[in-house]
Design a protein. Structure first.
Length: 133
């Protein structure tokens, strides 16, 4: 069973990622060199992969994690449209969606491993199966 402390840590990680995304989107000038296509899309995919993974671990539900991450991505694109020097893009949001889809899928898989008894006790499922045979 997942502990509330475990979930709280993943919620803090999720909120931290959301804060970093919002902060970077609020600036006309992002740190580092400008990202051109396809590097900016890779950044979108990666950020929302991480967000949906953390949300999936926090909630234990892929659908909830995906919904929150995808809506955060949409809200962030609208937010960017009001920041001087930034623009909103459907393609950016589609890469957010793709990253969130994959991140939530991985979180769901990891949550199953944890429920089966391996992850939180430090034992892999394969190790447990070999012990019982």
């Amino acid at each position: 069973m997942r502990s509330s402390r475990f979930q709280a840590v993943w919620w803090l990680i999720s909120l931290g990622i959301m804060g970093v995304i919002w902060s970077l989107s609020s600036s006309s000038d992002t740190p580092g060199p400008p990202l051109v296509h396809p590097l900016d899309w890779i950044a979108h995919f990666t950020a929302y992969f991480a967000l949906a993974y953390a949300l999936g671990r926090a909630t234990g539900r892929r659908d909830v994690a995906l919904l929150i991450a995808v809506w955060w991505g949409a809200l962030d694109e609208v937010h960017q449209s009001f920041v001087p020097g930034r623009d909103a893009g459907v393609t950016d949001w589609l890469f957010d969606l793709a990253g969130a889809w994959m991140g939530s899928a991985l979180a769901q898989r990891r949550n199953r491993v944890g429920r089966d008894g391996g992850e939180e006790s430090g034992l892999s499922q394969t190790h447990l199966e070999h012990q019982t045979h």
